[in-house]
Each structure stands twice: as C-alpha cells, then as structure tokens.
Design a protein around this ligand. Structure first.
Ligand SMILES: [Ca+2]
Ligand SMILES: [Ca+2]
Length: 442
C-alpha cells in the first residue's frame, strides 16, 4: 500500500554547487518524504500533541466533510505564535480518524487548508493511519520556508492520539578541512528547527556527514563545534535554523580544558552543547572546550596474564552522569575500577539460583568483558562453591542474560556438607568486587 516516494508537493530548492571555502555558508537542499529520514543512533523524538474536543478560541474550523474533531498543537519556535493548530477528524461517522487539517500558514484558520488523507490504513478498521508529508510554512532565513510533518493517528480507545515526526531533512555536498562529503541535517526533536544543541540526545538535532572515502555515514550531535575525525580538529558549526545552510570555521586556537582518564581507556565518546567528540588511542588525557558533557561510549582494553586483550564497553549512560570541564582545573570523571558487582542467591524449588550483576561505576549498560575476537558474553565469569571445610564442590560458568546480568543454577550434591560459600570469579583482567554469599544448607 506504500505510495511512491516523493510524490508530495515538496519544494526542492536546487542550488548549484559552487566552490566555497569552509567558512562560507554551504547550501543544503530541502527534501521531504512520507518516510522519516533517520540513521542509526540518530535518536529521534516526535511530538504527541494533547488533543481536546473543544476548538481553541479564534480558530476557524471546517464544518463540512469531517466529524468528531479533536484539536491540538504542533509546537515550533519557527512560527510567530510558537505553535500551529491542527485538527484530527473522521471523514465518516464511526469511521477511523482519517483526516488531519493543520493551519499550515498560521493564519488562525483551518477552513483555507486542504485536509490531509492517510497514505496507509493498517487494516480495514483503520486503527492506525499514516499521513505525510504534510506541508507547513515556517520562518526561514530568506522569508517563508517549507517544513513537512509525518503523522500517525491511532484510533484506539475513546479518543484518537497523534504522533508527529519530521517528514523532511536537509542534504547537500560540503567541504571543509580537506574533507568532501554529503551532509544531512535532521530535526530530531520535530520542532521545525535544525540547529539545536543539548545534553539530552533526544533534544538535540543531528548532523550526519557521509565522507566520500567512508563506507558509513557519521552521525554527530549538533553542537557549537564539529569534530572532523577521532581526536581531530574542531570547527565552529553554524547551522541556519531552517537548515538551509551550514558553515564550518576552523578553530585554530580554541582554549581547552583537560580530562584525565584511566590509562586503559581506549575509546571515549562524549557529547554536550559543545558538540560530539570522539577519541581513540587516548594516553591518559584528552582536551576539550570547557563545558558540560555526558559520556556516550567508553571502551576499556586490558591485557590478561597471557597478553590477550580484553575489552569492556559501556554505553546508555543515565542523565546524572554529566561532568564539567573547566579551563583551569583538570576533570577526572572516571576514577577507580570501571565495574562494581554484586552476587545474590535465592532458592528456587530444590535449587539455588545465583544472580551476578556487573554495573559500570559511572552508570549505564555494560557490554560484558570479552577477549578480543570472541563473541560478546563468551568467557563469562565463573561461580565457585566451597563447603564448610573449604573443599570445592562446584565450579561452573554463569549464563549471560543481558547487559552484565548473569545467572547460574546449582543443586546441592547429596553427599555435600554445608554451609557453602559461593564466590563469583571473573576470567580475564577486569576484576569483580562482589562479596561471596553463604548458603546455610546442611
Ligand atoms: Ca490556515
Ligand atoms: Ca530541532
């Protein structure tokens, strides 16, 4: 049922490629589609307008051809009022919610608008209807600019709900710092603006550059600066709010503060309002512009006694893991061993179930420590159980469930004499600090 892409009335501003220096504004074309453009790790957040049966005061509402209307707002800083009103309605009494009317020109009237019809209804009952791209007009750099929304309307329950996300993006060739590539701007928080920086991954827009020499596009979070490569030069990033152009100005002598890091930290990805910075081959310290940052990814590499390198990855950091970088004082946000661990036991039927949890000291999720070349979670920690005399009565591997959560099950051998002490032992160079647990079985 999918419609051919690009059939909507997209305004495509074709700008001829002109050789530009990096400091000049480089134009980006406008594109739209009913398929929301995204990339892995682009962290898109839509808007879910609160809907009311009562139309807002002063809004002219169509009375013919629609029924059962609900009203809500698309919130955007790109129009004078800070929002555009929209209406969700049915074309037939008792039918699905299959019409959206948005005040595309912000004139306070829905009667001058063409109702959008869904390009897909998920089944004959139409409980999910997909719309888009729906055109609206926002304030652009050079007068009115287009913006398109995609929408999904759900008709389950007593009232409909609508989920809005971008139906457009900006795209074009860029060159700076000796690099050439295709640049994409994504309005990842669906508010009509393309240049927002934030500590929150879902509230910042994204700039994606697919370098000519690279197989994969590189997704970065919009910030004050753009880092060209791992530990590379920083460029001051200036994106027009409507996304129509971008400029990159090399920051030759940017003042930076120091971040002290563990000697075995191999990769560091951090982000903040300054931008998204990645480092590899770190030697105990990196330098970044002063500001507040959050970790995005950490990877430690440590050799075991056989000189095999093990890696430990940490990702999905909580909000509270932000740290400050100052010009005159080194930050040290990763003190101590990277993991803390806890061992617990409970009786399930006639058996004992052991649970081992590995947590990053800085919060987030663990990719289990793994020797290089092995599958993640291969070579899990072992559980060692001794009896009251210290004789080993069992030693076996845990099973990895998810993100550093392991389980192991054990039945007391008939001839064994308790109490028993169980200890979790890590293979490899990343050590556990979990206390042993005691089982009072006879
Ligand atoms: Ca209107
Ligand atoms: Ca935005």
């Amino acid at each position: 049922m999918s419609r051919a892409m690009g059939t909507a009335s997209c305004v495509l501003m074709v700008l001829l490629g002109v050789a530009v220096s990096a400091q000049e504004r480089q134009p980006l074309e406008y594109h739209c589609s009913e398929v929301t453009k995204t990339f892995p790790r682009a962290y898109l957040r839509g808007q879910t307008p609160a809907l009311s049966e009562k139309p807002p005061e002063g809004l002219s509402v169509p009375t013919e051809g629609v029924t059962g209307a609900f009203f809500g707002k698309w919130v955007t800083p790109m129009v004078e009022a800070g929002h555009l009103w929209l209406m969700v309605a049915r074309s037939k009494q008792d039918g699905p919610y299959d019409r959206i009317v948005i005040d595309s020109d912000g004139d306070g009237s829905l009667t001058d608008e063409t109702p959008a019809e869904p390009w897909r209804l998920d089944d004959p009952s139409g409980k999910r209807a997909s719309f888009g791209p729906i055109k609206v007009t926002v304030k652009g750099e050079k007068g009115p600019a287009p913006y398109h929304l995609n929408a999904t309307v759900y008709s389950r329950g007593a009232r409909p709900s609508v989920y809005l996300r971008p139906g457009c993006w900006r795209e074009g060739r860029v060159q700076f710092g000796g690099m050439h590539g295709n640049c994409f701007l994504l309005d990842c928080n669906t508010d009509g603006r393309f240049n927002e920086a934030s500590l929150d991954l879902y509230s910042c827009d994204k700039i994606v550059i697919h370098k000519d020499q690279s197989a994969t596009p590189w997704v970065a979070y919009v910030g004050k600066y753009y880092q060209l490569d791992y530990g590379g030069e920083l460029f001051r990033l200036d994106i027009a709010p409507d996304g129509s152009s971008v400029s990159f100005k090399w920051e030759r002598n940017l003042p930076k503060g120091a971040v002290w890091l563990p000697a075995d930290l191999r990769y560091l990805h951090i982000h903040g309002e300054n931008g998204f910075f990645v480092f590899s081959g770190i030697r105990g310290q990196v330098l970044v512009p002063p500001g507040t940052y959050r970790f995005k990814y950490l990877e430690y590499t440590r050799a075991d006694e056989f000189a095999t390198n093990w890696t430990l990855g940490i990702s999905n950091f909580p909000r509270g893991s932000a740290f400050e970088v100052k010009l005159d004082e080194a930050a040290e946000p990763l003190k101590g061993e990277p993991l803390i661990s806890e061992l617990q036991v409970r009786k399930v039927g006639g058996r004992y179930e052991f649970q081992l949890r590995l947590r990053p000291r800085v919060g987030g999720w663990v990719d289990p420590p793994t020797p290089r070349g092995a599958e993640p979670g291969e070579f899990p920690p072992k559980l060692r159980i001794v009896d009251a005399k210290g004789a080993e009565v069992g030693r076996f591997g845990f099973t990895h469930r998810y993100s550093g959560y392991y389980v192991a099950k054990w039945t007391v051998p008939p001839d064994a004499q308790g109490p028993f002490t169980a200890t979790a032992e890590m293979l490899g160079p990343f050590k556990l600090n979990a206390n042993p647990v005691t089982i009072e079985a006879k």
